[in-house]
Design a protein around this ligand. Structure first.
Ligand code: XMP
Length: 515
């Protein structure tokens, strides 16, 4: 195992993922983790992440200096390298010219950390401070035009530093460097594989659950579906999957989900039809946060009632993933004051978001995994692409794509429009070209003309976006022909809609969903 100490970099998780791509397990821990705790975890290497601070700032995050005595190899990345230099007696100063963006790496020592990293290869830089004096025992491995110490090493101690970010895709040979650190310097073995994970997870679940019963709330998304498959392999019919149909899914989806699980996968699903209840609960509500809150509360209520009816259960299985449990430095920290700033944009409601005081013990077999690793596990246990590569769909579903009040009639309008969007995109083989592609219904009406009749009806917004992780997104540039066909079909086939508009806002400043 390798450990990443997080100093508040937006890339800490990415470093962890890059290491796992080398089939070595890695975890992100807060920079505050003591050297003693690290010693107990017995990692084969430590990576110090970048961070937004300057090592000389008043509240600059520092690691426990005792980590330099552990005898474990360390790689400092950007801020991590500067901290290493400072704590080991070298000097860091504000550079005359910071370096941001791509830079060519000139290699002075092509061995060891830089084996297979091309001389002149592009690396991604983002720093205002630079190392001006190396600590004793260190030497320069590479430089760039602006940065004399772009990669440094103390070979005897196994300490390495890079001023650039090898983890980002723009750093062309970045992964080669990471592999050198992982395999040659830390001497890790590639044991973190999907098959090994599945075997281990099944063994652990069996050992923990024994002959007891487990309840899983299935949403149809990749996390809960993968979990259902994994648990079914592990404990068979001791697992009960419950699917709550709140009435906000897309056209045909609840039926498809139940059919897939029941008939094709032979995993029994308890289908709970709760459409009217949910609609009643948000009747007359137009405020987006209030809508989300009410849907979330109602979900918990239905879940409690139904689990009593189907129970008793000893365990509740949750699809918690690694990014939910990372104990990292708070990235929302004001670097000047060290204060935590929490900015809530939207409250997410998920099947996983059940309150802690429910009378269940939890099992969370996916809690070590990143999303892409869950997909690999899903595939390896037999989940079809239809679920593994499904576009993200929010917990509150269509209810947050109907602006203003949600009514049965509006749900029908949006369902029909959304179906057309999906059908056209699928039929053209474009489904995977978009992170998400969907329709939004606006509560306003505009004038149109159909035949000789004046119409006064709702607009549909088309939202097609590309994104890596949903945190940022760009509006997609589909062909005019696709837009035209979708628009024509929606206006002609969906009653109550007489206009289609295309959303050309990226995130930020927009969000992907409209509520
Ligand atoms: P926004 O609208 O915040 O969405 O840009 C980012 C991503 O999150 C999805 N999303 C949700 N997912 N429960 C979820 O599971 C929610 O309540 C929720 N709200 C938004 C959204 O579809 C996008 O992929």
């Amino acid at each position: 195992m390798l450990i990443i100490l997080d100093f508040g970099s937006q890339y800490s998780e990415l470093i962890a993922r890059r290491i796992r791509e080398t089939q070595v397990y890695s975890e992100v821990l807060s920079y505050r983790t003591s050297a003693e705790k690290i010693r107990q975890l017995n990692p084969k290497g430590i990576i110090l992440s970048g961070g937004p601070s300057s090592v000389y700032a008043d509240h600059a995050p520092k690691c426990d200096p005792a980590i330099w005595e552990l005898g474990i190899p360390v790689l400092g990345v950007c801020y991590g390298m500067q901290l290493m230099v400072q704590q080991l007696g070298g000097q860091v100063e504000t550079a005359e010219r910071g370096e941001y963006g791509k830079a060519s790496l000139h290699i002075d020592d092509p061995t060891d950390l830089l084996t297979n990293v091309g001389d002149g290869s592009t690396m991604w830089m983002s720093h205002g401070d630079s190392v001006t004096r190396l600590p004793q025992g260190f030497e320069v491995l590479a430089h760039t035009d602006n940065t004399p110490s772009a990669a440094i090493a103390n070979h005897d101690q196994g300490f390495y530093g890079v001023q650039f970010h090898p983890e980002v895709v723009h750093s062309v040979d970045g992964q080669a460097l990471i592999r050198n650190f992982v395999y040659h310097i830390c001497r890790c073995e590639p044991t973190w594989t999907t098959e090994a994970f599945v075997e281990e997870a099944i063994r652990e679940v069996r050992a923990k659950v024994g002959t007891k019963r487990v309840l899983l709330a299935l949403s149809g998304g990749v996390d809960s579906s993968t979990l259902a498959f994994l648990l079914h392999q592990a404990i068979g019919d001791q697992l009960t999957c419950m699917f709550i149909d709140q009435g906000f899914m897309r056209k045909g989806e609840p039926e498809r989900l139940v059919e897939l699980f029941d008939q094709q996968f032979h995993i029994k699903v308890e289908y709970v039809q709760a459409r009217t209840r949910f609609l009643e609960k948000i009747k007359g509500i137009t405020d987006p946060e209030e809508k989300r809150k009410r849907i979330g509360h109602e979900f918990i209520r239905v879940f409690e009632e139904e689990s009593k009816r189907l129970g008793p259960f000893d365990y509740l299985a949750q699809g918690t993933l690694y990014p939910d449990v990372i104990e990292s430095a708070d990235t929302n920290v004001d670097p000047k004051t060290g204060e935590r700033v929490a900015v809530k944009i939207k409250s997410h409601h998920n099947v996983g978001g059940l309150p802690k005081d429910l009378q269940f013990k939890l099992i969370e077999p996916l809690r070590k995994l990143f999303k892409d690793e869950v997909r690999n596990v899903g595939r390896s246990v037999g989940l079809p692409n239809e679920i593994v590569r499904r576009q993200p769909f929010p917990g509150p579903g269509l209810a947050i794509r109907i602006l203003g009040e949600v009514t049965a009639e509006r749900l029908n309008i949006l369902r029909d429009a959304d179906y057309i969007v999906r059908e056209e995109i699928r039929n053209r083989g474009l489904y995977h070209d978009f992170w998400q592609a969907f329709a939004v219904l606006l509560p306003v009406r505009s004038v149109g003309v159909m035949g000789d009749q004046r119409t006064y009806a709702h607009p549909i917004v088309l939202r097609l976006v590309s994104s890596e992780d949903g945190m940022t997104a760009d509006w997609s540039r589909p062909s005019y022909n696709l837009l035209e066909v979708i628009s024509n079909r929606i206006v002609n086939e969906v009653d109550g809609v007489n206009r289609v508009v295309y959303d050309i806002t990226s995130k930020p400043p927009g969000t992907i969903e409209w509520e």
